[in-house]
Write a protein that binds this ligand. Structure first.
Ligand code: 9YW
Length: 412
């Protein structure tokens, strides 16, 4: 198939424009009608390819949601929108703009650095404004979430990989039976077979109610929450983000000792994510058990600046079994579901992060393959939320912002 890149570029830009709600971009209309944290960071990177002013605006609106303690929430509910559950009333966070009570993977420093590098003259003042915001968010992570150098999540939604196999053990500790009645909205937009199951949702909500009952107090949640998992994806992403923040700090002439300390702590944490089966893995901090899940997040080690030969062997073996890049769960394992959300499908932005890391560490060919795979998926099927890594079948929401963004920045 010949790819008409200009035409697809125009489509990608149109998606980002259409998903603009006035200063912030929704992941896709209908299914996700608010500003999501890491989606917005990817989107800003995409916007920067054709409208740098709008890209910085996206970043500033994201930080309007930042809490006084530094946390940047996973959803910012700028204005009321229909069709999403759980909305602002369920989270019960007493601030404006309303937000959720949990965070999401901190890709922002990395995306912001890329935007800044593109036009430093224009970006300087924006970078100065945002720098302190990034520092306080990272400081919040280090103070509240880093345990033995690994980043703990208090809800699967924080990982951005909602129903990944990584959380099955930790979710087993959560009793969802008392959750009461509620109406899901996601399954009205997309095929329920491609979404998390009802038992998952019962537990997701139980944990939201738990956090709300704790007044979103980090100490109380750390003490009593049934779910606390060291997420290998979060650890790699935060480590990478700290490295980018360090480069920004040098550029802006800020002190760097604190960030250097964070990097050393997280590097030590990475080693603890290595499981006896020989791969990077998440750990249930309540039981101490590894999840045993080789997921796409396990392969973010290169993105975090960490070379590893055994991970390269796993990667080659997995890529030989599927057609389109790195699946969200190991296709050699029972339980691999090529169309169920984070239990098998391939996500364009994960391919991008993994490939960026691989290329930086000199694995140029394999990085190029991931890019080609992603390019084909988008060119042949459109800007879907995710795809089957086996057949390329598109799934989830369409006209998706981060898929458009990675086309413009990396895949196209
Ligand atoms: C949900 C918006 C978000 C992403 C997450 C993804 C999904 C929301 O959609 O979560 O309600 O399930 O898992 O990574 O940020 O695109």
């Amino acid at each position: 198939m010949t790819i008409n890149a200009d035409k697809i570029d125009r489509q990608a830009k149109r998606i980002l424009r259409n998903n603009d709600r006035g200063g912030y971009t929704v992941p896709t209309s209908g299914l996700y009608p608010y500003q999501w944290n890491w989606d917005s960071a990817f989107t800003a990177w995409g916007l920067a390819t054709f409208d740098i002013k709008r890209a910085w605006f996206e970043i500033h609106t994201l930080f309007t949601g930042q809490w006084d303690n530094g946390m940047v929430p996973h959803i910012i509910f700028h204005k009321r929108a229909d069709g999403y559950f759980p909305g602002p009333d369920v989270w019960g966070v007493p601030r404006v703009p309303h937000t959720s009570g949990i965070t999401q993977p901190p890709v922002a420093a990395t995306m912001i650095r890329a935007i800044y590098e593109q036009d430093k003259r224009y970006g300087r003042v924006h970078m100065e404004l945002v720098y302190g915001r990034l520092i306080s968010w990272h400081r919040w992570f280090m103070a509240n979430r880093v345990e033995d150098g690994m980043v703990a999540i208090t809800h699967p939604w924080e990982s951005g990989r909602d129903n990944a196999v990584d959380w099955d053990g930790g979710m087993g500790n959560v009793d969802g039976s008392g959750v009461g009645d509620y109406t899901r909205r996601d399954t009205a937009h997309v095929d329920p077979d491609m979404r998390p199951k009802k038992e998952d949702y019962d537990r997701y909500l139980t944990m939201v109610y738990y956090g709300r009952d704790c007044g979103w107090d980090e100490g109380q949640i750390r003490e009593g929450s049934p779910f606390r998992v060291a997420d290998v994806g979060m650890t790699f992403i935060l480590l990478r983000a700290c490295r980018d923040l360090l480069m920004i700090a040098h550029d802006l002439d800020h002190l760097t000792d604190e960030i250097e300390g964070w990097i050393r702590t997280l590097e030590a944490g990475v080693a603890r994510h290595w499981n006896p089966d020989g791969f990077y893995d998440s750990i249930d901090l309540r039981s101490g058990d590894f999840s045993g899940s080789l997921s796409s997040a396990s392969f973010l080690n290169w993105y975090a600046g960490i070379e590893n030969d055994q991970m390269a062997i796993h990667l080659h073996d997995i890529l030989d079994r599927v057609e389109f890049g790195v699946p969200s769960f190991d296709p050699r394992r029972e339980g691999f579901e090529p169309l169920r959300y984070w239990r098998g499908p391939v996500w364009g932005m994960m391919n991008a992060l993994i490939a960026i890391g691989l290329e930086e560490q000199g694995h140029v060919q394999i990085a190029a393959k991931l890019r080609k795979d992603t390019q084909r998926l988008i060119a042949e099927h459109g800007f879907f939320e995710y795809f089957s890594p086996v057949e390329g079948t598109p799934a989830g929401g369409g006209a998706f912002s981060w898929t458009a963004a990675i086309w413009l920045t990396w895949a196209g």
